[in-house]
Design a protein. Structure first.
Length: 345
């Protein structure tokens, strides 16, 4: 399918408009409407699916996809000294706008998904609702010369323990002590190795901890929300077994599992990016990220080559000074167009 030519400022206008339209997770409607309008204005059919994703299917030689939602945070939107400031400029509306522009120019498929910052519900709906494309480019900041090939997975759970109320002078272990002891054992199990990259290690992190007497004064309760980042050498199930092996009276409800992903640097999409980045004067860099992204979701179901790519410095994700250099954004659009053209040939 052939694309439609964009005028020189159309992509920049789109990214400014998207960043100017707040879209914290669960409130993506207005921003998604802007995307639909952009595609329709350039002769492409686009619509919202049942999950709220923006869908603009076309040539499935490659699916360009990024997320519409952002984390909360009010950063005044302005263009200053060639930089676009505002929530989502880096994570990930720069990627979203660059992919929309490249999809229009080259005639490839596009999806703007919702809920990535919370539970990836948009990506999960997408893999259930459509067949796998021939290739995927997922949009997250990597820098215009960077190509992300891998992400760690995630295991998240809630530990709960209860014990009888008793005087603090008694030696019996209470629920709070049980929780502390369990988590200390988990941290010891996955003690950091200073000689190994973080990407290759399990990182355990408690995110919430509460404990104390119950309202009736008869028991002591402790709850702890925990997350463990899972490298490709483990499955979430294996990490779960190791963590469960240290339980000492409490229980854990493991409620979220995301499998790690590691793509080959020799897959067709990675090769296309290396050629495109060099062709625009850059020096391609292969990256591995310690967090997770929608690529983890896509790779679990779709057996096709994929990478993650997008403009911006990922150190500015969720930051109060989030901003994107517009010259870098322009370069990323050019790279994406070259990649799509190569994968269509």
């Amino acid at each position: 399918m052939s694309g439609a030519a964009l005028d020189a400022d159309a992509a920049r206008d789109l990214v400014v408009e998207l960043v100017s339209t707040p879209s914290p997770s669960g409130e993506e409607d207005a921003c998604a409407a802007e995307l639909v309008e952009f595609f329709e204005a350039h002769g492409r059919e686009a619509w919202r699916d049942d999950a709220g994703n923006v869908r603009a299917p076309a040539d499935d030689a490659v699916l360009l996809t990024s997320h519409v939602d952002t984390v909360p945070g009010d950063i005044p939107v302005e263009v200053r000294d060639g930089e676009l400031w505002g929530r989502g400029s880096v994570d990930a509306k720069g990627s979203l706008a660059a992919m929309a522009a490249a999809a229009v120019e080259t005639g490839v498929s596009f999806a703007g998904v919702v809920g990535e910052e919370v539970d990836s519900r948009g990506a999960r709906h997408l893999i259930e609702d459509r067949d796998a494309p021939d290739a995927v480019v997922n949009g997250e900041p990597s820098g215009w010369e960077g190509i992300t090939l891998g992400y760690r997975g995630l295991l998240a759970g809630r530990y709960v323990a209860t014990s009888e109320q008793g005087h603090s002078s008694r030696p019996d272990e209470n629920a709070i002590q049980s929780a502390i002891k369990w988590w200390s054992a988990v941290e010891s199990e996955f003690e950091p190795d200073e000689w190994a990259p973080v990407f290759e290690q399990v990182t355990p992190k408690p995110t919430v901890m509460e404990g104390g007497s119950t309202p009736d004064g008869l028991s002591v309760e402790a709850t702890m929300e925990v997350q463990l980042r899972v490298p490709p050498k483990f499955t979430p199930g294996e990490v779960r077994e190791m963590a469960d092996g240290h339980l000492n009276g409490g229980t854990v409800n493991w409620y979220d599992t995301v499998h790690p992903v590691m793509q080959s640097p020799r897959n067709p999409v990675a090769r296309a990016f290396r050629a495109a980045i060099r062709g625009t004067g850059g020096d391609p860099t292969m990256l591995r990220k310690t967090g997770t992204s929608d690529m983890n979701v896509f790779a679990r179901v779709w057996d096709c080559p994929m990478v993650t790519y997008g403009p911006g410095d990922s150190d500015l994700d969720h930051a109060p000074n989030e901003h994107l250099a517009l010259a870098e954004f322009d370069r990323s659009v050019e790279v994406l167009e070259r990649v799509a053209d190569r994968l269509q040939s």
